[in-house]
Design a protein around this ligand. Structure first.
Ligand SMILES: [Zn+2]
Length: 345
């Protein structure tokens, strides 16, 4: 046999080498297993300290803001509604105004951290006249105007439930954000661009819009500018058409939806919206849709207010009480529902 032709010495050497390679292989397998286990653990729980790592427990990708991209930008944040007229009532019976005020404060903190100057319109909840808000923002020298709201649905979708002994209305049918712009705004293209950038930035966090304002029913029927990003045209929204600067209205979530109401209460959710706004405003500055310190243009901070931004005196705005004159006409034109809540203050 050919193998028997090897000497005993040669066989010993061969066995020794084979044992060595076998041990080496075993060692490598052990190490590999440990590395594999570590990699699997890191994949499952995220890499500590890496802010970009996907958090498997959250469906959201919160934008990371570095530096101060909003340097020199002055933003007017409008707290929707007022103490006297709180807007929509949430599923747990809380007034929309409280959500608007809380979220606005959180967003303001995020925008300031990104380098912006922020002026809050209706900070004390005492501003009842919607027609004052845009002009007040202009007087403060703001470059753009963002009205913060929380949403409801048409009355026909509301059911009742008992919460803490109170019978309240809710609807779990629609949830999500909406962004509105008006072609009657003095800067309709810039407003539209800002609205699209905001819708896109929110979408990219993983948030999704609600499309119920597009339903062809009285009180809704708002044309969609962008269905994917939840951006609507809302021509006669008072705070948008009377703001002498790029302006949008943001519905942060649907508070008659029982789960979404709990979500919008969370500071992390509010901060995520703030960071998405930083991204959107930064994009709008880069594209020129929003300019800072435009002293010579139509948005000049030096110019006086335009007289036609005062409340109109025609039949569409004089038939109501002095307290709520701006929005009463729309209430008369439409059935109760979300449209009224958007107008109501
Ligand atoms: Zn509202």
């Amino acid at each position: 046999m050919s193998c028997c032709s090897l000497s005993n010495e040669a066989l010993k050497n061969l066995n020794g080498k084979m044992n060595f390679f076998s041990d080496l292989l075993q060692f490598a397998i052990n190490r590999l297993s440990k590395v594999t286990v570590i990699l699997l653990l890191l994949g499952a729980f995220g890499i500590p300290g890496n802010a970009n790592a996907q958090n498997t427990s959250s469906p959201y990708q919160v934008p990371e803001i570095s530096g101060t991209p909003l340097q020199e930008l002055k933003i007017a944040l409008d707290v929707g509604h007022s103490l006297a007229s709180v807007g929509a009532t949430s599923a747990t019976g809380r007034g929309e105004y409280e959500y608007n005020a809380e979220t606005t404060r959180t967003i303001a903190g995020i925008l300031k951290a990104a380098g912006a100057e922020v002026v809050i319109i209706n900070a004390d909840g005492m501003m009842k006249n919607l027609y004052e808000r845009g002009p007040t923002a202009r007087q403060s020298g703001a470059d753009c105007f963002i009205s913060i709201h929380h949403d409801s649905v048409n009355n026909k979708y509301l059911d009742t439930w008992t919460y803490q002994g109170r019978e309240l209305s809710f609807s779990d049918r629609f949830r999500g954000y909406s962004v509105f712009a008006s072609t009657k705004n003095m800067a309709p293209k810039s407003s539209r661009t800002l609205a699209l950038n905001v819708g896109k930035a929110l979408y990219e966090t993983g948030m999704r819009p609600t499309l119920h304002h597009n339903e062809p029913i009285q009180g809704e029927n708002r044309p969609l500018i962008d269905k994917r990003y939840g951006v609507y045209e809302f021509t006669d929204l008072v705070v948008l058409k009377t703001s002498p600067m790029p302006a949008i209205l943001l519905e942060c979530g649907v508070i008659v939806h029982r789960e979404e109401e709990q979500l919008v209460r969370k500071k992390e959710y509010q901060e995520m919206i703030g960071k998405a706004l930083v991204v959107a405003l930064s994009e709008s500055m880069k594209s020129g849709a929003i300019s800072t310190g435009d002293k010579k243009g139509i948005f000049s901070k030096q110019k006086p207010l335009f007289p036609f931004f005062r409340p109109k005196s025609d039949s569409t705005s004089t038939t109501s009480t002095s307290e709520q004159s701006p929005e009463k006409p729309e209430e008369k034109k439409n059935e109760p529902g979300v449209l009224n809540r958007l107008f109501k203050d």
